[in-house]
Design a protein around this ligand. Sequence first.
Ligand code: FAD
Length: 550
Amino acid sequence: MVGWGGVREQEEEEEEEEEEGGGEGGGEGGGGDGVLWEDLVSRISFHHTAVDAAARDWGSVKRLAPAAVLYPESVDDIVSLVRTTTAARLSSSSSNLTVAAKGHGHSVNGQAQALDGIVIEMSTLALGIQVMPEGDADCPVAFVDAAGGELWIDVLKATLKHGLAPRSWTDYLYLSVGGTLSNAGVSGQTFRHGPQISNVLQLEVVTGKGELIICSPSKQPDLFFAVLGGLGQFGIITRARILLERAPQQVRWIRAMYTDFQSFTRDQEMLISTQKKAAVEDAAGTFDYVEGIVIINNDNPYNGWKSVPFAPQELNSSSMIPKDAGSLLYYIELAKGYDPNNIHAMEQEVEKMLAPLNYIPSLIFTADVSYFQFLNRVHDVELSLSSQGLWETLSHPWINLLVPRSAISDFDEQVFQQLICQDFSGPILVYPLNKHKWDKRASAVFPDEDVFYLVALLRNALPSAGPGVSLRSQIDDNSKILSICHHLGCKQYLPTYNTPEQWEQHFGSDGWENFVRRKQTFDPHAILAPSQNIFQRDDQILAQLRAPMR
Ligand code: FAD
């Protein structure tokens, strides 16, 4: 078995001598069906630029350098790499070789990194995006098949050509299909359609044993549900089949402001429950999208009241903010899709849906945009911040939480009112989700209440606070918030923990047992996604993984 060190030497020799070299002996134990070892090696880079890029992510908090990066051209390349890694592990108990799929590297805590392992750059997997407007014989509904490394923005562009689109989104679309499905994928549509993982029909997965398996709710369901929300622990998603719906052409986009947290959350909860009521009582319908945002009562253009209107001149003076407002303000963001030929009907429906809400009547803002513009809205923010060096160059010590409805007032008192001060440097999202839209069979963890809130504290470590200073103090602040959350029964979304004990607590005892069983079944050598820090390459853990379950 050639070690990765041997391959590195070979690449360096190739660089020096500009000669083609074969990985002699490399086929031993390696090789997915149909991939020659020599071909695989030609798609692996040890070059420092490749390694540096794979050691970075959006968070810029952690940097773990891999030994090498694979740029797969086919699924067989991935199968081959995983089998080779497994073989290395089996042949040497001291082998620490691991593999992490990297989607778009937009994790905040190194989750797609692999110290001294191999990072798979999923964007090069050349499977493309196939839209099936009528479905096929096995699956007679509209769907799209997308490679795991495709970005959601490209899935949207491809499906819109057919007047179709996925139903459930994230706010930002420059994230990979495999990356969001490894977590959950939530946004303002989640209350209606569930997270993205509730909208998947089928997956093609390379397990940690190097098996290539097509799975769905009816075929190999344990693998299917393990992988959805599975933090990359059980397999690499090479292709996902996503359910589609007819896409609206236009969107009425609305922001309605509040000074009071109780009214803000009460109205959001009413909005996400109207779907059920509408069916029964012929009440108003429902918005397609509901989110809530906490802003600071100042004129910061990014998270103060100036960030609320679509046209800045509509709210350009604090005199429009009620005098009794505190240091925080809130707004609900809503959207309703419509056909431009039927604008009148949409307006009547929107009026009916807004009527029972308690926002400040003078502080409601609307815009009409295309569906594409609406879904891609964060990209405009990205372009603006990027031009000022305030996007990818900063550290982003973000935390995302799922807060039970029964704890959201306490969360407001103990976190928003106490810890979020005037200079909170980033957006804060707070919006409710319906538990019945989440599938308990998937690996994603969520609170056991009918309604829970997504709370995203999306800070940026601004250079103005001094190098490293703001990052350190924000990480300390986050620890305080997480400890409050622990007492309030919250769950982390996009979780980060450092010990198996913390992970066990996160999953709960039944959930943990199931998670460990699935790891035993699908990645018994703990090869995949090592930087989630769930199963370290430690003899005790491996023994636990290999032991028969109770
Ligand atoms: P990566 O960071 O590359 O990978 C994340 C994890 O998934 C790693 O463990 C990796 O090994 C694993 N992985 C990646 N690809 C695969 C694959 N093909 N198969 C198996 N495992 C894989 N999330 C939301 O839910 N809603 C939002 O609105 C939202 N908005 C965001 C906005 C911004 C600006 C950013 C930076 C993040 C946002 N996120 C949001 C979080 C985002 O969904 C997750 O961080 C997601 O994992 C990022 O996708 P990625 O492709 O960059 O994944």
